[in-house]
Write a new protein. Structure first.
Length: 212
């Protein structure tokens, strides 16, 4: 099984740096494969808790190289919850790459474990008779300190449901659980890796040079 690794996170940083410099990213140093994947960008300010800056991926299997290339940029620049990441923010960023595995249909909306499973919920909005769906990666519920019910209710809101959440509606949810491997890399570690393996630290147009 392919696991998320440092080279995948390096490639996401390479892709974003290349975008700001209007050049092509170096070829990736990991093998091709096909898996569902996500790219998450967080920003660390003054040594505080990393804050989400963008997170987009696909629940469909994608070729890893093109998938990470596409979603590195999409999550950084086109997550509608946030303004696009600017080049000057790069030294404050950390990137987490996730490869999703072990998809299973759950028996009910509580048939999963916090900190182990990611969730995909699907349900019919009783007010509009429309299908709604949303996903949380495995680390989200644990990071937020949610119970299972709190995670499900939050996910229903993420799916766009604004009506009252009742137990009978929760019981009508179709839940798919999955697991993931992930790797997180801060920009300073990326810059050190690039300097060591390529002989020079990355340079970014429009960003202040960092002392790495």
């Amino acid at each position: 099984m392919v696991s998320a690794n440092r080279e995948m996170a390096v490639y996401c940083f390479d892709t974003l740096v290349a975008h700001y410099n209007s050049e092509d990213a170096p070829p990736p140093a990991f093998d091709e494969g096909q898996h569902p994947l996500f790219v998450t960008w967080k920003k660390v300010v003054n040594g505080g808790e990393p804050r989400l800056r963008g997170c987009i991926g696909t629940l469909e299997a994608r070729c890893l190289i093109n998938g990470f290339k596409d979603y590195a940029l999409t999550s950084a620049l086109k997550d509608r919850r946030f303004p696009p990441i600017q080049a000057r923010e790069l030294p404050s960023l950390e990137c987490t790459v996730s490869i999703l595995t072990d998809f299973e249909t759950a028996n009910n909306y509580l048939d999963w474990e916090v900190g182990i499973h990611g969730l995909i919920i699907e349900f019919t909005d009783p007010e509009y008779s429309t299908r709604r769906s949303a996903t949380y990666l495995p680390e989200v519920a644990a990071h937020e300190g949610w119970t299972k019910v709190e995670a499900i209710d939050s996910l229903m809101r993420k799916a766009g449901f604004s009506g009252p959440i009742t137990e009978s509606l929760r019981k009508r949810i179709r839940l798919t659980r999955y697991q993931s491997t992930l790797f997180t890399l801060h920009y300073s570690d990326y810059a050190s890796y690039v300097k060591t393996t390529r002989g020079a630290a990355p340079s970014i147009l429009g960003a202040k040079p960092g002392n790495y």
